[in-house]
Design a binder for this molecule. Structure first.
Ligand SMILES: Cc1cc2nc3c(=O)[nH]c(=O)nc-3n(C[C@H](O)[C@H](O)[C@H](O)COP(=O)(O)OP(=O)(O)OC[C@H]3O[C@@H](n4cnc5c(N)ncnc54)[C@H](O)[C@@H]3O)c2cc1C
Length: 507
């Protein structure tokens, strides 16, 4: 086929989000047969295309935190990963013999990474068969200038430059922005990734290791160490000292009657006022109490300053027995979280992030039971301690001193920062592209984190720029606007919206 025009789309980052966009661009271009020739350039700074940070961990013990039946890489085909596992039973029997291919299972994340890489490779071939040119560039994009003609020039870390008509920012999770004063210390790890770095440097299996944070990422760091024979004391050192709750092996459907999108919209309409966070908290409490047909003692539900082992044991019992109602309510909100989040004004979003998110996260991003049992064991044996109410760490005389609010000091030979990725663009020091784009005025920081974009198209927007941006964005950089960016199924559906809009420009 001969074309009059050619369009180049660059995808920056080939993790799950970038790959989901790639698959959609290829499939839609083939199906819609537009008049333009398509060239795709995909940039990835890791060695492999298609696995990304979460699914390229290299550790069998790092499990999906989401059941397999939600993990399809194609929009609205959530079972596709499970189907792929069924079709690849030989590979699973050979490489991951313990893995269940059930939709409710939580397989290793590296197996999911193999699936995404497989889809990447298959669709690369398909693209070439249909005349779509696909160039893979194994470099980091460090700058992206926009010319007067609105075309982009992308510059890589080895000083190569590439022209594109559009570019998708799919750069994923940056490192944490906390404890930057410790970056120069050789025994400080700014992030638990890659796991191989922890294992390479912490050679002394009896060393004292402090992991900053106590969320799913901290649990991954712990599992990296104990699965590889670490015997020394480990502590989770965090502001709140809260562990994620435990997911039931089978998700229990819950029919919400009060905290629904319809009721949220009704409340805005009847009060003729914007939604407030307190409206949502009230509805959540009413939802739980109406289900239980009694008032709940909400103070007794608080989990800070309590014995985390006792709480974990209660949570394991709930997950395998009579279930946790509060968790079931939040899991049942999966499809409505984002539309409700969009209705919250910015000041209320900020209140949520400051006061509610840690409690929302431990319930909504709970750990699989397999991990809960591992943590129970190391808490029981005393190898793991959870220390809350602290963010004070200094390096002194060859070891770290970690001090809690009450003045108690703890020592560690190594500190691993697992306190979660920053959402402040200027502080994304390990992703120099984004601060650069901010400085050039191409992107704008959203007050609740990440950058501003039009949510109907995922096209980057900037209050001061008139011409439509040639940049699109997906994933972590939309943390403030979308909240749910930690869920693959969500990002995959966003890839559908993004690629629909992008391809409209060239049809
Ligand atoms: C530890 C962890 C566990 C998770 N577990 C789950 C789970 O079980 N289920 C679930 O649904 N979600 C999970 N998530 C969320 C998951 O990250 C998202 O669902 C989704 O996979 C994010 O993919 P991504 O492509 O946006 O980001 P990433 O996976 O971070 O990929 C971004 C890619 O871009 C590359 N890159 C970045 N900047 C550049 C640049 N300038 N030039 C070139 N390349 C660049 C990076 O090397 C990386 O490969 C988890 C997240 C983490 C961090």
């Amino acid at each position: 086929m001969t074309y009059n025009k050619s369009t180049t789309i660059a995808i920056i980052g080939a993790g799950a989000s970038g790959t989901a966009c790639f698959l959609q661009l290829v499939l839609k271009h083939i199906v819609r047969k537009p008049a333009n020739h398509l060239r795709l350039i995909i940039f990835e700074k890791r060695t492999k295309f298609g696995e990304g940070l979460a699914f390229g961990t290299g550790q069998e013990g790092h499990l999906l935190n989401t059941k397999a039946g939600l993990m399809g890489i194609f929009p609205h085909e959530r079972m596709h990963f499970v189907q792929w596992m069924h079709e690849n039973q030989d590979l699973i029997a050979r490489k991951h013999p313990q893995v269940s291919v059930h939709p409710d299972a939580f397989p290793p994340r590296m197996l999911f990474g193999e699936y995404v890489q497989d889809m990447f490779a298959t669709h690369r071939q398909l693209a070439e068969q249909h005349g779509i040119k696909v160039d893979l560039v194994s470099s980091e994009v460090v700058d992206g200038k926009v010319g007067r003609d609105n075309k982009i020039t992308l510059i890589t870390d080895n000083d190569e430059s590439f022209q594109a008509d559009y570019s998708i920012l799919a750069t994923g999770n940056p490192a944490s922005n906390s404890f930057t004063k410790l970056l120069k210390q050789p025994n400080f790890f700014p992030s638990p990734w890659p796991s191989s770095r922890l294992l390479k440097h912490i050679k002394n299996k009896k060393a004292r290791v402090s992991i900053v944070g106590s969320s799913l990422t901290a649990i991954d760091a712990l599992i990296t160490l104990i699965d590889n024979g670490h015997e020394g004391p480990i502590s989770f050192f965090s502001l709140k000292g809260l562990l994620p709750r435990v997911q039931s092996p089978v998700e229990i459907p819950y029919q919400r009657r009060i905290l629904t999108l319809a009721n949220v919209r009704k409340s805005i309409r009847e009060k003729a006022k914007p939604l407030r966070l307190t409206d949502l908290i009230r509805m959540f409490r009413q939802e739980a109490e109406s289900h239980l047909e009694k008032k709940l003692n909400w103070v007794a539900e608080e989990r800070e300053h309590r014995d985390q082992l006792a709480l974990l044991e209660e949570d394991i019992a709930l997950a395998t027995g009579k279930q946790c109602l509060l968790q079931n309510i939040l899991y049942s909100l999966r499809e409505e979280t984002y539309p409700i989040w969009r209705l919250l004004p910015v000041d209320q979003k900020l209140l949520f992030l400051k006061w509610i998110k840690p409690y929302f996260d431990i319930n909504r991003h709970a750990m699989p039971i397999e991990n809960a049992i591992k943590i129970q064991k190391v808490l029981q044996s005393g190898q793991l301690k959870i220390i809350g109410n602290t963010d004070d760490i200094v390096w002194k005389a060859g070891r770290f001193i970690l001090t809690t609010d009450d003045g108690t000091s703890n020592e560690a030979d190594y500190v691993v920062n697992a306190s979660g990725p920053t959402v402040v663009v200027e502080e994304m020091i390990d992703q120099p592209l984004l601060p650069k784009l901010l400085k050039r005025g191409y992107i704008e920081q959203h007050p609740a984190g990440g950058i501003c974009a039009d949510l109907e198209s995922l096209r980057v927007c900037h209050a001061k720029r008139k011409s439509p941006s040639p940049y699109y964005v997906i994933g972590h950089q939309l943390a403030g606007l979308q909240l749910d960016i930690n869920a693959l199924w969500f990002n995959v559906e966003q890839a559908d919206i993004l690629t629909d809009d992008l391809l409209k420009n060239i049809s």
